[in-house]
Every structure is written in C-alpha cells, then in structure tokens.
Design a protein around this ligand. Structure first.
Ligand SMILES: Cc1ncc(COP(=O)(O)O)c(C=O)c1O
Length: 377
C-alpha cells in the first residue's frame, strides 16, 4: 500500500513548473525533460530543530521533509555523519561513514524506498562507482534486482562491490554518459531508471546533508561550503534544503552558505559555464580525472548548480590532478579521515582560497569528503 507523507505538496518540474502525480513512478518532466522537484507544505509543518534530540540517528530523523511515512523506508541507517573539526573554523563533513562508504547511500535510501513503494520491479542506473555500490546494496535491502553500468576504467573494487550485493554489472567504454546510453538501449526493459536527477527522490536523500550541518552547528549556517560537484545532486539538494529550513523557521530567511562547486580540471562543465556567465552547462569533451565521481561531462542539472552558486554568492573552481591527489593525501595524513580524491579536490580548493584571501580565517567553512578513499586503489 502506498503511503505518501501527508506533508507532500506535489512534485513539479524545476525548469517549467509542470505538476506530476507523486502516486506514480516519476522520471524527468514529461513536458521538457528536466529534473523534478519534490515540494512540501512547509508552512504547515511543525519541526523544531531542538526537538530532534530523541530521534533516530539517521537521515530519517527529518521525516517531515521526506516523502514517505514512517515504517516504509528501505534503510541501512544512513546519514548523521560526523562533522569533524580539522582546523580553526574548518570542519570536514565525513560522508565516508555512510553505508557503502559514500554520500550516495542517502540518495539511494530515499529513491529506492519510493521506487519500491510505487511498484518498481527492478532498478538500474549508470554510475561513476559510488552510486552503483549504493544502489546495489539498497536494491538488495529492498529485494529488487539491480543492474548497473560503469565506465570500464572504473576501479575494480566498485564492480566487485556491486556483485557482492547481487547486482548485474556492465562495464561500458567511455564515460557515465555512455553508460547511461548503454542502459537505455540495452538495459533490462522492466527496470526503473534511478540515474542522477532522472527521478526526483535522490535529491531528497542528499538534501539531509544540509539539515545535519545546521543541526550539528547548533542552528548556525556555515559561511562557506566546498562541495565536489559531478552530477550536482548534493549541491542542488543542499540548496533546496536551505530554502526549506528558512521556511521552517530554522534559519533566517535568505540565509545560505556561499557554495563552492569544486570540479576536476579535466572535467569542469559547471566551472566553465559559471565563469562565462552562462545559464546552462555545455557537454565537456574528452573528460578525464581519477576523481571518478567528478567525471560527469553533461550534468542534466547543470543549470540548477549554476543557480545555486549565483544565488548563494558562491563560485566554482577547478583543481588539477596533482593538486587533488596531494590534498587528499595531506588531509588524510593530518586528520585521520579516509579522504577520497573528490574530497581531496574540495580540500585543495580551500587551500587555494585561503591563500588567495577569498576565504578568511574568520569564515566558518565546511568541506565535504563525499566518500571513502579506499576504493580508488
Ligand atoms: C565520491 C564522490 N564525490 C562526489 C560525487 C559527485 O556527486 P554529485 O552528483 O552530488 O555532484 C560523486 C558522484 O559520483 C562521488 O562518487
């Protein structure tokens, strides 16, 4: 039986606003092909930050701003990751502590929960690695068959991880875009597509990172958030969450950190569009980086990332392979945090901004380590 949250106020297109029926399995907007946004009746929700103390230490503590009622979730106890202080006014949000070792667990927990309750019989997605592992695990938890496709040069351990959870795994020449195309053309016909931003609920899981930040910082909003950006779900989700928290009365209206989208120099469509003042990203030709999660040449939500950066008075920056590798190693060695190359990219950007004065010592800064570094060997 389908039991949607009583607070759900509809699902609408981020781009054209067209409403879609949340009682059905939803993909992208049926009119314009752009991502869908989940809306809640925030004015009617009574959710006080201070009243969360006794709740479950997982992302499901923010139940009122999630789409399902209690008891219907497919969960491995994701979220509530630590905010680790690493220097004066600098914290690392350590997403490596999630099930399957990355923040992808958050999105998949909510997306798989919804897909299962809306009648999906099987699930599929292309991935740079971490999303595949998370989907395989949550599919196993939901007792739904999973097919994933990854670029063939993705580290072996991601393939092994998916097989470990019983998924069918395809290695595809090229990038995540090619893997997505492969699944659409050759994937199982009955599988529901949970690709990044091609269904509306992964964002809902990822937005909880921002709720946690504000809860962990006792109601304060950080000045700067550095986030390694590939498909952009985390960035878009957190941007959405800051709007929601303002409407819920958790933070002042308009309060938002300056978001910094950090990309790899070998694949930086968001940075290029931001610097050129464009409203949309253009596909990046020949993307290359060993921060595989950042190798997303044509993000469907690129226009939303750009909106989030401009509205928050943030910026976008690309770091090269040497910088991100050195920064990951330096942060791991100095903090004991299991830093992935993507987290290293975000740390490298902070070092550059501190040296250049764009981030001051008095700014309260959060750097996202989005996953474990151990799978990249
Ligand atoms: C470790 C890691 N960091 C960052 C990203 C980028 O994620 P997003 O889609 O939120 O931009 C990914 C995506 O695969 C990833 O695996």
């Amino acid at each position: 039986m389908l039991r949607l949250s009583p607070h759900l106020d509809g699902v609408r297109c981020f781009a054209c606003g067209l409403a879609h029926d949340p009682r059905t399995l939803l993909g992208v907007c049926t009119a314009c092909g752009m991502p869908l946004r989940v809306d809640y009746d925030l004015a009617a929700i009574r959710l006080h930050r201070g009243a969360l103390g006794g709740r479950t230490p997982s992302l499901w503590r923010y139940r009122e701003v999630l789409p399902l009622v209690e008891g219907d979730e497919v969960t491995l106890t994701e979220g509530c990751t630590p905010l680790v202080p690493v220097a004066r006014n600098v914290w690392v949000k350590d997403e490596a502590r999630n099930p399957t070792g990355s923040f992808k667990a958050r999105g998949m927990a909510v997306a798989v929960s919804m897909a299962k309750h809306l009648g999906a019989r099987a699930l599929a997605a292309p991935s740079a690695g971490n999303a595949a592992g998370a989907l395989a695990a949550y599919g196993a938890r939901a007792a739904l068959p999973v097919t994933v496709a990854m670029p063939e040069d993705t580290p072996r351990v991601f393939f092994e991880e998916c097989r470990h959870y019983g998924a069918t795994v395809q290695a595809v020449p090229g990038t995540i875009s090619d893997a997505g195309r492969f699944l659409r053309e050759h994937g199982p016909r009955d599988a529901f597509d949970v690709s990044t931003l091609r269904e509306p609920y992964r964002i809902e899981g990822k937005k909880t990172m921002a709720y946690e930040l504000v809860e962990q910082m006792a109601g304060e909003v950080p000045d700067v958030v550095l986030y390694p950006t590939g498909g952009g779900t985390g960035l878009i989700g957190m941007w959405k969450a800051f709007h929601e928290m303002a409407a819920l009365g958790w933070i002042p209206a308009g309060a938002m950190p300056r978001f910094v989208a950090v990309q790899a120099a070998g694949c930086a469509p968001v940075v290029r569009a931001f610097e050129r003042g464009e409203e949309r990203t253009a596909p990046w030709v020949d993307p290359e980086t060993r921060a595989y999660g950042l190798r997303v040449p044509a993000p469907l939500g690129g226009f939303l990332c750009l909106r989030a950066l401009r509205e928050s008075r943030g910026t976008a920056v690309a770091v090269d392979e040497g910088e991100l590798g050195r920064a990951a190693a330096a942060l791991a060695a100095s903090s004991g945090i299991d830093v992935c190359p993507e987290g290293g990219a975000a740390w490298a950007a902070l070092e550059r901004f501190r040296a250049g004065g764009q981030v001051r010592d008095s700014d309260r800064v959060v750097v996202f380590n989005t996953g474990t570094g151990l799978k990249y060997r």
